[in-house]
Design a protein around this ligand. Structure first.
Ligand code: ADP
Ligand code: MG
Ligand code: ZN
Length: 466
């Protein structure tokens, strides 16, 4: 038996107005190389200036994660040669990060630091041949975009836990408004460090690193594949080699990007052109005051009325949580049913939309769920009407067509079921109580589900004197 050990490194593009060390606006798919200046293009003699808003966001993230804020940290140059970096180094933080030693849920945060993003290489392939060779072009719009890197301790023990942690962190950052946190567009980028060790062993095994997964589902599958691979290696008496891997979600295969021997030596040295980062009390207070209620706290609050799984699901999806709270405000008598309806029925009907992108009013939703909870509307009929309601349906019509058969109407239907099912009636009278199912079934078919099962049973027994 082996125990997986996972630590996560997350890069987050900050949603600041301008870049990390120059006044260029951030880019959202503009024409290539239109969001550049001498600083982010690394012309000779230019000087970087630290973006105060990026520091503010960095502090917010550190505080949200319960980190210690360094009274004084500095930037370093991380040297490497590649066309995505015109300076041939990245300005990052090294031995003293802005924030360290926090926690999110059960996972300890090792550090949070500020740095800058690289340019984007576009591989033009054979259509972009220059002198007969395939070529790549560089778009410097992304170069210098503020990044925060968040590094966890190796506290995760399964692929599912890692994905769950990633979703919580994403929800937290989204709620704070410090980033778009869009994995497909690359504003949230996740690397997973994976090792396995024999159960009971306390020393860590050799880790490999899975680069840049672009969805949490792929992250989970990639980690699962890598855990399985390492377990096979160890079970066959081999040793895991330290390397960086790419997971292909289509084929499910892992390929090596680079081995330990090819690891870079970045020759970090202090950035001489920037002053140290020394946040004042006022800066820290301002960052603290800018923090909204975060998903973890919201989940705890929801848990007073809901089971933990349900509470977390609603709290991690800010818009769903908002919808739940708005519905609850309209009718607070059925929190659990509301939450169940949102998670079990609404979520499916939404597809990849958020509730706010549909025509469903939270108060109308609360009214329908209340009618179902009070057994005045049929769950099946409301469920069937949901997709229409999201488009532009009328709630009055749904209420009319889903209202539960009761009183004389239901009495008449039960009478007919009794008349049409002499066999079952005989059996019930002879004491075979299960036979009542056939009668209830007949009533349900007749009402198309618009009847309360308990009430139908009660009526049948009453009428049969059973
Ligand atoms: P590196 O120097 O290779 O970047 P770090 O010690 O900085 O390694 O850790 C990077 C990430 O890898 C962190 O998230 C950390 O929790 C995780 N990590 C470190 N060692 C292991 C291990 N043996 N197994 C799994 N994850 C690990
Ligand atoms: Mg590292
Ligand atoms: Zn610039």
């Amino acid at each position: 038996m082996y125990e997986p050990v996972i630590g996560i490194e997350i890069h987050v593009q900050l949603a600041t107005r301008t870049k990390m060390f120059c006044s260029c606006a951030l880019s959202f798919g503009e024409e290539p190389n239109t969001r550049t200046c001498p600083v982010c293009l690394a012309h000779p003699g230019v000087l970087p200036v630290t973006n105060a808003e990026a520091v503010h966001f960095g502090l917010m993230i550190g505080l949200a994660l319960g980190c210690e804020i360094a009274p004084r940290s500095i930037f370093h140059r991380k040297n490497y040669f590649y066309p995505d970096s015109p300076k041939a180094y990245q300005i990052s933080q090294y031995d003293v990060p802005l924030c360290s030693g926090g926690r999110l849920g059960d996972v300890r945060i090792h550090r949070v630091h500020l740095e800058e993003d690289a340019a984007k290489l576009v591989h033009a392939g054979s259509s972009g041949r220059i002198h007969g060779a395939e070529s790549s072009v560089v778009d410097f719009n992304r170069c210098g975009t503020p990044l925060v890197e968040i590094v966890t301790e190796p506290d995760l023990r399964s692929a599912a836990e890692a994905a769950e942690f990633g979703r919580l962190l994403q929800a937290t950052l989204r709620r704070m408004g410090v980033s778009d946190v869009n994995m497909e567009e690359g504003s949230l980028r996740v690397d997973a460090n994976v090792s396995v060790r024999p159960a009971g062993e306390t020393a860590l095994g050799t880790k490999t690193e899975l680069k840049n997964m672009n969805s949490f589902r792929f992250l989970e599958r990639g980690i699962e594949a890598e855990i399985a691979r390492q377990e096979r290696v160890l079970a066959d008496g081999g040793t895991v080699e330290q390397e960086t891997l790419h997971f292909d979600p289509v084929s499910g295969s892992l390929t090596s990007l680079r081995s330990k021997e090819e690891a870079h030596d970045y020759r970090y040295f202090p950035e001489p052109d920037l002053v140290p980062l020394a946040p004042t009390e006022a800066m820290i207070e301002r960052a603290q005051a800018a923090l909204p209620e975060l998903p973890a706290a919201r989940a705890e609050r929801f848990e007073r009325e809901l089971p933990p799984d349900l509470a977390r699901l609603l709290a991690f999806r800010t818009e769903l949580g908002d919808f739940y709270e708005a519905a609850l405000e309209a009718d607070s008598s059925h929190p659990r049913q509301l939450a169940n309806w949102i998670v079990n029925d609404l979520l499916g009907a939404l597809g990849d939309r958020e509730p706010g992108e549909t025509n469903l009013d939270p108060a109308d939703f609360a009214r329908l769920v209340g009618l179902v909870a009070d057994k005045q509307a049929s769950a099946g009929a409301v469920r069937a009407a949901l997709p229409g309601l999201l488009e532009d349906g009328s709630i009055e019509e749904v209420i009319a067509t889903s209202s539960v058969a009761e009183g004389d109407e239901l009495g008449g239907i039960v009478d007919r079921a009794i008349a049409d099912n002499a066999d079952a009636v005989e059996k019930i009278r002879a004491g075979k109580d299960q036979a009542i199912g056939a009668l209830v079934g007949a009533v349900m078919r007749e009402t198309k589900g618009r009847a309360d099962g308990g009430e139908v049973q009660r009526l049948i027994r009453e009428k049969l004197g059973a």
